[in-house]
Each structure stands twice: as structure tokens, then as C-alpha cells.
Design a protein around this ligand. Structure first.
Ligand SMILES: [Ca+2]
Length: 378
């Protein structure tokens, strides 16, 4: 990464931390190495006339280090994939944020994980059983297991972390190919299987930023290309009809490619969806969904006392200004500009570290003023 990119990456992580300061029946296809829904071929023909909305620009994409890497997730520092196969040599694979392979590794007692989720602290996933594995992929450890109780759910294949579930304590949307329910952080049922009208769900991810949300994106093995991703409105628990066919990704294997896991994250101010297409090797595609807007955020899970709505307005302003500054900078950031940016970072950091609301807002206001000054001089 260039210095500029590195700076903004660090900075946006900081902003993300501010927003979420509290948080902390398989079928083995012998030919394609893909985990394929038994019923997908029979239903796929029904759903070919849906529309596609949203941004859906491809920010980047990369090929995994081989086939079988069903799941994908990121903590914003690295992208991880995981192998679903019973005979996998390695279960986990680690990449840089632009998809450069770093290493593969195992965690004792954890195999055949499918889709994954990340809650800001740990990674979660299951081998399509009612046991959820809580993993620290950075330290390569199994932190805990959670026993899932959710009527009508036959196993956890797809999983998405939703910070608003359980009255803001957070929880997961989970299910197997054809079911979808919700559980709290201890695995207890919040919603039994709702009987989703869209099925063959391989992976899912949470999206609070696309207009009209929050939504889940359900990566399904439906459609003529078997990589259709559907928008699910959480408030009404219904599918909106918005769909994107991920076969637009360059390198998509029209014969073997089928949906796998999905994840979402803040990619430098652009909320981005990672779609993991099962083929050989797996193809991970990063789609741009929507700009990250503070005003669309709901209150965080267990906020510091200073995290009140007024602060969001300040944060939103800083985030917007930062995006504008970023757009005007080349890779070579002049020394004086960098010094001002460092100062901005310090103020945002101060704001995130204090429990004093007035001080925090003052710090964010100062950061905003510095960015406005920069914009005027660039
Ligand atoms: Ca997921």
C-alpha cells in the first residue's frame, strides 16, 4: 500500500472503532469441489427475471489459493477464507486486504466451517451443525463454542452478525440452505425459522448502509448462473426483490461457479460486500454497496456514555470531509498536509477515548475544521 492508502486505512479503522466503540446435509460435488445445495438445479430456472439495483461496482477481486474455500470474512486487517471439505489439509487461509495470499493454518477442533461472521472481536462459523465456533483467527485460536437453539433451523451454514438484534446486544442471522432464523450471542432463539421465500442460501452478510435498510444480503445458488445475491429487509423479514447476479465478475466460471460465503465491511468509507464464488480456485469478489453514512447508523451496542446522537452528526461531518480530502490527494501527500492529517487523527482519537461528551464533540469539531481548512487549500 502507498503511504496515503495506509494512512486512510488506519484512519478509517479508527472511525469504525468510534462508531462501534463498545464492542467489542452437505453434498460433495466431486467435480467442482464446491458445496452445492441439493435442490438448486430444480429451482434455478424460476428466478431469472429479477432486477439489479445499487452500485455493484467491483472494487477488486482475487482468486483464492485453491478450491473449497467456501467462507470469507474480514476484520479489516486481513481477509480470511475457510475450507469446507472434510479432507482439507488446511481449514483457514489468510490474505492481505487486496487479496495477496499470506498463509494457511489450522485450529485444533475446528473443521468444515462454511460461511463466517465477524462481530468486531471474533469470527464465528459452523460446520452446518448446531454448534457455533467462536474463533480468533488473528491468534489462530478457538475461543469458545456456542450451542444454538433455534426452531426450524437444521444447521448453521450461513451466518451474519447483526448488532441490532436482541435489543442492541447483537446476535446472528443463521440457517441452512432453506431456512433462516435469528439467535442472540449465547445461541438462544430470537426468531425461529421464518421460512424464507428465497432459498438455496449459501452465505449471508449484514448491510446497514444501503438506502432503506438495514438489510441482509443472501448469497444463493439460484438463477441461471447459480450466484444470485438477494436483498432481505430485516424490519419486515421479507425479500425486497432486489437481486444481483454475481456472474458479472471477470473470471467467473460459468460451468462450475456457485455461491459460497459472504461478508461485508467498511472499505475506506465504501461499504463493501465480499462474495465468495465456489470454483477452482475460488473467486472472491468485492462489490461496492453504499457509502458509509454515520447518520444511518443506529445507536451502538453498549455505547460509551459519550456516544450520543449529537456526536454522530460530528462524526458524519468528519467522515464526509475526509472522503472529500482523500479524493483530492494523490499518492504523494505533502508534508504539511500530512501534519494536518495527523492532527485530525489525534483529535478523532481523543474523541474516541473520552467519556466526556462535550470534550468529544469539541475534538470532532476541531477535526472537522482542520479538514475544511485542508479542503480550502488543496
Ligand atoms: Ca457471512
Amino acid at each position: 500500500m502507498t503511504n496515503n492508502a495506509q494512512y486512510f486505512f488506519t484512519f478509517f479503522i479508527l472511525v469504525v472503532l468510534l462508531f462501534s466503540a463498545s464492542t467489542s446435509a452437505q453434498t460433495i460435488n466431486e467435480q467442482s469441489e464446491a458445496d452445492i445445495c441439493p435442490s438448486f438445479k430444480s429451482i434455478s430456472a424460476k428466478l431469472q427475471s429479477e432486477s439489479s439495483e445499487g452500485i455493484w461496482d467491483i472494487a477488486y477481486q482475487f482468486s483464492a489459493e485453491g478450491p473449497g474455500q467456501y467462507g470469507v470474512e474480514t476484520d479489516g486487517e486481513h481477509i480470511y477464507t475457510n475450507d469446507w471439505r472434510h479432507d482439507a489439509t488446511y481449514t483457514f487461509w489468510k490474505y492481505t486486504m487486496d487479496g495477496t495470499f499470506i498463509e494457511s493454518f489450522n485450529i485444533a477442533g475446528v473443521t468444515q466451517i462454511r460461511d463466517m461472521a465477524y462481530d468486531g472481536t471474533y469470527f464465528y462459523g459452523s460446520n452446518v451443525s448446531m454448534t457455533l465456533y467462536v474463533m480468533d483467527l488473528s491468534n489462530k485460536t478457538l475461543v469458545d463454542t456456542i450451542s444454538v437453539t433455534c426452531a426450524g433451523i437444521s444447521g448453521v451454514r450461513h451466518i451474519a452478525y447483526d448488532p441490532e438484534l436482541d435489543g442492541g446486544n447483537g446476535g446472528f442471522w443463521v440457517g441452512n440452505w432453506n431456512d433462516l432464523g435469528a439467535i442472540d450471542m449465547n445461541g438462544n432463539e430470537i426468531y425461529a425459522n421464518i421460512g424464507p421465500t428465497i432459498t438455496s442460501i449459501a452465505g449471508s452478510a449484514y448491510d446497514p448502509y444501503t438506502e432503506g435498510g438495514p438489510y441482509l444480503w443472501m448469497f444463493t445458488q439460484l438463477g441461471s448462473n447459480t450466484v444470485d445475491i438477494y436483498q432481505f429487509e430485516i424490519a419486515s423479514q421479507t425479500f425486497t426483490g432486489v437481486m444481483h447476479d454475481c456472474s458479472d465478475a471477470p473470471g467467473f466460471d460459468t460451468y462450475y461457479g456457485v455461491a459460497g460465503g459472504a461478508a461485508t465491511y467498511d472499505n475506506g468509507g465504501m461499504f463493501t460486500l465480499l462474495a465468495d464464488i465456489q470454483q477452482d480456485p475460488n473467486l472472491i469478489v468485492a462489490y461496492e454497496l453504499a457509502p458509509v453514512h454515520a447518520e444511518q447508523l443506529h445507536p451502538p451496542v453498549a455505547p460509551f456514555s459519550a456516544f450520543i446522537p449529537a456526536r454522530y452528526a460530528q462524526l458524519a461531518r468528519v467522515t464526509t470531509l475526509l472522503a472529500e480530502v482523500r479524493a483530492m490527494l494523490s499518492d504523494d501527500v505533502p508534508e504539511d498536509v500530512q501534519a494536518t492529517l495527523d492532527e485530525v487523527e489525534m483529535h478523532v482519537s481523543n474523541a474516541s477515548a473520552t467519556a466526556n461528551t462535550i470534550y468529544a464533540q469539541d475534538q470532532l469539531r476541531t477535526a472537522g475544521e482542520l479538514l475544511e481548512y485542508l479542503l480550502a487549500t488543496l
